[in-house]
Design a protein around this ligand. Structure first.
Ligand code: K7E
Ligand code: CUA
Ligand code: CA
Length: 641
């Protein structure tokens, strides 16, 4: 950074010329001030007058009864461990897809099939009941979403879940070995060596917290030995393909359109264990991974393993990567504790936001590749812009017209800036006005994403902003406030705030794409389950010692068995196929006192295993309204003493 900021065209009007890097005291003070204040970020923003509901005008976000939204949004569900499906522009939540934590509606964590995906302890209980999802991204083909899969991370227990988007269900969960605080996640967009594979085959995962390797009780008091790993998961098998040992930590992840590079921003290059240590250096890094070289090193056997994991780990540390021509990892220097790293839709740049620096750093990917190829000496020459945008920049989205939109956490604003103009300004053209617009948001925005933003089809229509504080925006509901998702129209030069949506905490990240990308299946295929019961006549109670299988089917308004009898102490596996074929004809199966409740969709089969430890009569009833005789849709489980 130079003193250029004095005549920074984007900052003079807001008096930000005095704002430079934030020291510890200032940051703590600002954060507390932000949480406590209630008026500093008051409305009055650009476009507020054009907001929804302006008199006499149709609301730009209204989707009338019977009409459909034009975009899907996939939202990370945060503390609920699920993924949420929104329709936009209305902002209506249409669906929730449970992933990492149990869910009573669909029986996630209750049925045998879901427990198999979630993982159980030897006693049959779930391994984990809690989750913390942050980031969700979908599979690509030709630089755009292809509607096959989405992935989502669980930060607490370092798990990655895959959602198959045709049924909108989670079908695989994988643990990342030797990783704590699994944070950023991003699918690749092509294979670096095979041009025919122009779709996602890998998902990259950033490990945020350093831990001893292996984390088995050794070196617990030697933080200088704590390390983080960057992981690659196979998109199809969901096996961890390889990991890279790095210096510093991983935070967010971005991938290039040619499949050659993945990157993670690093806020803790200091390897600090306390926050003061983590913010002691003036600059941190954005680490770039040379995918083809890493995969070659793995093939050549140049790896280690740690603990009881057999996943190959290649060495990506500074020490082992000094020679550019063989380096697996390159560390580009970026200012103090950067947050997001995002890929521009033209495929040229990765942009790191400064967080503790009021800047964004634009890194040109061909230059990073030039360094790897020995054609450019100084890696930091890959930085083509480092310009001030405002206080607390976190995440960046794009409109496909050369503009970037960065959230400013401390300023409670979104700043719209032009990437090429920022590059010109950085090069020395001080007349280049790169800041185009600012808008107040409410309040303290974190993630941001525009419709189709990180695809080649970025369409610059809508921008959603995840505000971490809602304060006074909604009816008070006690101490726990919802967060505030705001929708902004970015089709014009000026941003226009369209709507507020309260949202249950804490969603973090989301993507928005055109509805025609997704083709969901509305009815299951009977053969999806090997347990399927195709004919009601196959129903019955089948005993093998104390192991009992109960087979039944559902067809509105009845289960195929009017009652079934087991004995106290039996281990009962109940298999249920819904033979109704009609779309939306879902039944439920709720078994009182046995803690069992799940829905069964058209042509779907589910099973559940339990010990019949309580004698008596138990009315299993249909728990999803399906028919005029829904309340009568029951079966009786008789458990003989
Ligand atoms: Cu919330 Cu993506 Cu976990 Cu930034 S991270 S705000
Ligand atoms: Cu079947 Cu309600
Ligand atoms: Ca740092």
């Amino acid at each position: 950074m130079s003193d250029d900021h004095k005549e920074d065209p984007g900052l003079s009007s807001t008096g930000m010329s005095r704002r430079k890097f934030i020291n510890t005291t200032a940051l703590v003070g600002l954060t507390l001030g932000v949480a406590a204040c209630d008026k500093t970020g008051a409305p009055g923003a650009t476009g507020e007058g054009a907001a929804a509901g302006a008199e006499g005008k149709a609301s730009p976000i209204e989707v009338k009864p019977g009409e459909l939204d034009t975009y899907y949004g996939l939202w990370s569900g945060g503390h609920n461990g699920d993924m949420r499906v929104l329709g936009l522009p209305s902002g209506r939540e249409i669906h929730r897809i449970p992933c990492f934590a149990p869910d009573a509606l669909v029986g996630w964590g209750i049925t045998n099939e879901s427990k198999e995906i979630m993982g159980t302890r030897p006693d049959g209980n779930l391994r984990y009941n809690v989750a913390d999802t942050h980031h969700t991204h979908a599979s690509y083909k030709d630089g755009n979403y292809d509607g096959r899969y989405a992935w989502i991370n669980d930060k607490i227990n370092s798990r990655i879940a895959r959602i198959r988007l045709d049924y909108m269900v989670c079908d695989k969960i994988t643990d990342l070995p030797n990783v704590q605080g699994f944070h950023g996640i991003f699918p690749d967009k092509a294979d670096p060596v095979d041009p025919a594979i122009n779709y996602t085959t890998r998902v990259f995962c950033g490990g945020e917290f350093g831990i001893p390797l292996p984390n088995d009780g050794t070196d617990v008091n030697n933080p200088e030995k704590y390390r983080s790993l960057f992981s690659c998961v196979d998109a199809e098998t969901m096996q961890v393909r390889w990991q890279v040992l790095i210096d510093g930590n991983c935070d967010l992840v971005a991938t290039s359109y040619d499949g050659k590079l993945a990157a993670t921003n690093q806020y803790n290059t200091e390897n600090g264990v306390h926050y003061e240590d983590m913010m002691s250096a003036e600059r941190d890094a954005c680490a770039f991974f040379h995918i083809a070289r890493i995969e070659q090193a793995v093939k050549d056997g140049k790896f280690k393993t740690y603990g009881d994991s057999s996943v190959p780990v290649v060495d990506g540390t500074h020490e082992a990567n000094k020679d550019a021509k063989t380096a697996l990892v390159a560390y580009v220097s970026v200012p103090k504790n950067p947050h997001g790293v995002n890929a521009s839709p033209d495929g040229k740049y990765f942009i790191c936001a400064g967080k503790l620096s009021p800047t964004t750093t634009t890194i040109e990917l061909t230059k990073v590749l030039d360094w790897f190829d020995g054609k450019m000496d100084k890696l930091d020459d890959a930085i083509v812009a480092e310009v001030e945008v405002g206080l607390g920049p976190l995440h960046t989205a794009f409109d496909g017209r050369g503009n970037a939109y960065t959230t400013l956490f401390l300023d409670s604003q979104v700043v719209k800036w032009n990437v090429e103009k920022a590059i010109a300004f950085h090069k020395g053209d001080k007349s280049a006005k790169y800041v185009i617009d600012r808008i107040d948001v409410h309040y303290q925005p974190g993630h941001i994403n525009a419709s189709q933003s990180e695809t080649k089809a970025a369409d610059g229509k809508y921008l959603a902003v995840g505000c971490k504080f809602s304060k006074d925006r909604f009816l008070p509901v006690g101490p726990l406030h919802p967060e505030n998702e705001q929708l902004i129209d970015i089709s014009g030069e000026k941003m226009v705030l369209l709507a507020d949506h309260p949202v249950r905490g804490e969603p973090h990240d989301f993507i928005i794409f055109k509805r025609d990308i997704l083709k969901t299946k509305q009815v299951y295929d009977l053969d999806d389950s090997p347990l399927v019961i195709k004919d009601p006549k196959e129903s019955g109670v089948f005993r093998n010692g104390n192991k009992v299988t109960v087979k039944l089917t559902s067809q509105a308004p009845a289960f195929s068995l009017r009652e079934f009898t087991v004995k106290k102490g039996d281990v009962v596996t109940l298999i249920l196929t819904n033979l109704d074929k009609v779309e939306d004809l879902t039944h439920g199966f709720a078994l009182p006192k046995y803690n069992i409740q799940f829905v069964i969709n058209p042509q779907e089969t589910k099973s559940v295993t339990f010990v019949a430890d309580k004698p008596g009569v138990f009315w299993a009833y249909c728990s999803t309204f399906c028919h005029a005789l829904h309340l009568e849709m029951r079966t009786r489980m008789i458990v003989e003493a």
